[in-house]
Design a protein around this ligand. Structure first.
Ligand code: BG6
Length: 514
């Protein structure tokens, strides 16, 4: 029987003996950014590109092309990039690195509905291909509002920019939100896939670019210590928290009507859940990793009844870090009767043999007590304690806490004897901290993700099916909240509304106060 065509290039990931530690440098290419006047481009994308150049991971002829309505020349755009790099890059500024990067910076002026501007973009790229050897390899980064996606995609297609010739590549990078519910996500995916085939679409979930998130896989699958207890026999529940102390001043245009669940639970927190709960992939090849994530997300659903298993809130005025801050309804641009939630908590169940009966609690909020993202795997109590009850009053449940940020690391909490003449037991922590264990600092999430995209390495980018499954999980609670009036207010600087505590105490548990 003859081999199917596609299998000729297939390398068995288990037998691939290349040394994966060697630095991976992107091949010749140009990156076009739409939305260069936005915050994301200035704070994250431009600095990340410089950091990659500084680490020697971009090809010598790399070109960066900005596309926007502003009346700029190449030099004006160069100054914008320069200032963004100076202000926000992770690695030190070096004139020689900057000069080399600046040689490849171009700007194309135009609006998204201007076909001539896209024709100009095409000729700019063609010139770059000749002058800088970018070889027809072009990435298009859509850091723009989602309602502009269809138009920009169509213009790229009409200008012949989405199609590549043999040996070249064309890729598109899409920033969230990927729709606002399942049906809009499906529509968006259909529009995207009409122009770019799925294997050329890179959806950014910047949490997957974080070292600490990738480390969940190392922790779980490189060690013998944790796997035997990583299941319903030993785990009581899992808490995934993404707390922020910032408010939403200046973000009304994006956030009002979107809310915390769509903003971060649908993407970042469900991805954290997938990494925590999935089975071991046979390798870290993209398709293997994605298959396991898809499997576990397919088995995940909201615990019912929603009135008891979820909570939502909206921050009111209060004190934070010694400063008096206003409530959401007084922030610029928010409707005075906005029902947008700034705090959301949900309970999920994962219907697999490994996790049957183990609740996964996810919560996120703005203007909370402090900025912290963590995954806490909380274990069952020991079945029997041969101590006098008074000796274990300060003994809680064992926990393994993956500290995603800040203070990146892992904490193990367990009981220990208090020094002295009695057998008193109290919780103590054992810590691993990135800062102490490693000398090298972690790359920014966007450095990793932009490099991976330029290399055509899709492991850390959620595929269409993951996005749709995540909406499928979340849609029922979003619909319920939309029909049930205003979210409950909570004071800025606290840990959310009383209903969030109630949803835990109802099950005899409590939220961690990180
Ligand atoms: C973004 C959300 O995806 O993540 C923001 O839209 C949030 O609302 C941000 O503030 C948090 O990112 P990080 O990396 O600072 O945790």
């Amino acid at each position: 029987m003859s081999e199917p065509e596609a299998s000729k290039d297939w390398v068995n990931p288990l037998r691939d003996s290349r040394d994966k530690r060697l630095p991976r440098i992107a091949g010749p290419c140009a990156l076009v950014i739409f939305g260069v006047t936005g915050d994301l481009a200035r704070r994250k994308l431009m600095p990340a590109i410089y950091d990659l150049a500084n680490r020697g991971l971009l090809p010598p002829g790399f070109a960066l092309v900005g596309f926007a309505r502003r009346d700029w020349r190449d030099q004006d755009f160069g100054t914008i990039v320069h200032d963004a790099v100076r202000e926000h890059s992770r690695t030190p500024f070096r004139e020689d690195v900057w000069d080399r990067l600046a040689e490849g910076i171009r700007f194309v002026q135009g609006s998204f509905d201007d076909a001539d501007a896209f024709a100009k973009l095409a000729s700019t790229l063609e010139t770059l291909d000749k002058e800088r050897g970018t070889s027809g390899n072009h990435g298009f980064y859509l850091a723009i509002p989602p309602n502009a996606f269809p138009l920009v995609l169509k213009q790229l297609s009409d200008a012949g920019l989405a199609q590549s010739e043999d040996g070249q590549w064309r890729r598109v990078v899409i920033e969230k939100p990927f729709g606002h519910d399942l049906s809009s996500a499906r529509e968006l995916n259909a529009v995207v896939n009409e122009v770019f085939p799925e294997d050329t679409v890179f959806r950014i979930d910047h949490y997957l670019g974080k070292e600490t998130v990738q480390n969940i896989l190392a922790l779980r699958f490189a060690n013998q210590l944790f796997d035997p207890i990583w299941n319903a026999h030993y785990v009581d529940h899992v808490q995934i928290t993404m707390a922020e102390d910032i408010g939403l001043g200046g973000r009304a245009g994006y956030y009002d009507g979107i809310g915390a669940a769509r903003d971060v639970i649908q993407n970042h927190l469900l991805q954290l859940l997938a990494f925590t709960a999935m089975e071991e992939p046979i390798s870290f090849e993209p398709s293997e990793l994605q298959a396991e994530k898809i499997k576990v997300l397919s088995a995940t659903r909201l615990a019912e009844p929603l009135d008891e298993t979820t909570a939502r809130g909206q921050y009111a005025g209060g004190w934070q870090g010694g400063e008096q801050v206003c409530g959401l309804l007084d922030e610029d641009g928010f409707a005075s009767d906005s029902t947008t939630e700034t705090f959301a908590a949900i309970t999920l169940e994962v219907d697999t043999r490994r996790w049957a009966g183990v609740p996964f609690y996810l919560r996120t909020g703005k203007r909370l007590g402090r900025r912290v993202t963590e995954i806490a795997v909380v274990f069952k109590r020991a079945p029997h304690l041969p101590f006098d009850q008074t000796m274990t009053e300060e003994l809680g449940q064992n926990a393994l806490v993956i500290r995603v940020q800040p203070d990146e690391g892992v904490t193990m909490r367990f009981g220990s004897k208090v020094p002295g003449s009695s057998m008193e037991v109290r919780d103590v922590n054992m810590d691993f901290s990135y800062g102490q264990a490693f000398t090298e600092s972690s790359p920014e999430a966007y450095e990793r993700l932009i490099l991976d995209m330029l290399l055509g390495e899709p492991s850390l980018f959620p595929v269409n099916a993951e996005v749709e499954l995540s909406w499928e999980i979340l849609d029922p609670v979003i619909e319920r909240w939309a029909a049930s009036g205003k979210p409950e207010p909570y004071e800025a600087g606290t840990w959310g509304p009383p209903s969030a505590d109630a949803m835990m105490t109802r099950t005899g548990r409590e939220w961690r106060r990180p």
